[in-house]
Write a new protein. Structure first.
Lengths: 110, 118
């Protein structure tokens, strides 16, 4: 069965303290891995799509990487405005279905 | 360009009542989706549509029905609400279908509808 596990569940960082979020997946033939950001009371906001092991994408302080079993979202020198829940999702074997992880709640304090 | 909008934003129902959630998108996307989000769980797909007049079941379809009469609208119906359907409901749309098309298959989400069934 297709599964997505994100760790840690929660992460507190001081402003400027870089770190990484993990997304481990088990799917029958990965057909896309997606990262989203979700602010409280709002819908998820698309960040990145990765398709192949070794692929990397960057946007401002965020960088997403992909291996055959997991993806990392690296946050460099985070700011308080980066505080949000980060969701990972994979498209596996079932047409039309994305499997979402439970998310990592990131808090960046000044 | 409003993106994906959802109506209503909040709703309280009594057990057994019915209601319809409306989703509209102005991006001319072919594919639309309904998810529910519960505390401690990831987003779960309820139903989705691959085009006007076509719908399919997702991971948790029981107790819900959907219709896509127009390309820009996707309706989610609860015929007889139950407390287990208390959740936050998100609609999403995408220009292409992940797994079938490579590239531009990311989903764009609406702001959500918070539904409480008492």
């Amino acid at each position: 069965e297709d599964q997505v596990t994100q760790s840690p569940e929660a992460l507190r960082l001081q402003e400027g303290e870089s770190s990484s979020l993990n997304c481990s997946y088990t799917v029958s033939g990965l057909r896309g891995l997606f990262w989203y950001r979700q602010d409280p009371g709002k819908g998820p906001e698309f960040l990145f799509t990765l398709y192949s092991a070794g692929e990397e994408k960057e946007k401002e302080r965020l960088k997403a990487t992909l291996t055959k079993k997991e993806s990392f979202l690296h946050i460099t020198a985070p700011k308080p405005e980066d505080s949000a829940t980060y969701l990972c999702a994979v498209r596996g074997s079932t047409l039309g279905r994305l499997y979402f992880g439970r998310g990592t709640q990131l808090t960046v304090w000044p | 360009n409003a993106g994906v909008t959802q109506t209503p934003k909040f709703r309280v129902l009594k057990t057994g009542q019915s209601m319809t959630l409306l989703c509209a998108q102005d991006m001319n996307h072919e594919y639309m989706y309904w998810y529910r989000q519960d505390p401690g769980m990831g987003l779960r797909l309820i139903h989705y549509s691959v085009g006007e007049g076509t719908t399919a079941k997702g991971e948790v379809p029981d107790g819900y029905n959907v219709s896509r009469l127009k390309k820009q609208n996707f309706l989610l119906g609860l015929e007889s609400a139950a407390p287990s359907q208390t959740s936050v409901y998100f609609c999403a749309s995408s220009p292409r279908l992940a797994g079938v098309h490579r590239g531009r298959s990311e989903q764009y989400f609406g702001p959500g509808t918070r539904l409480t069934v008492t």
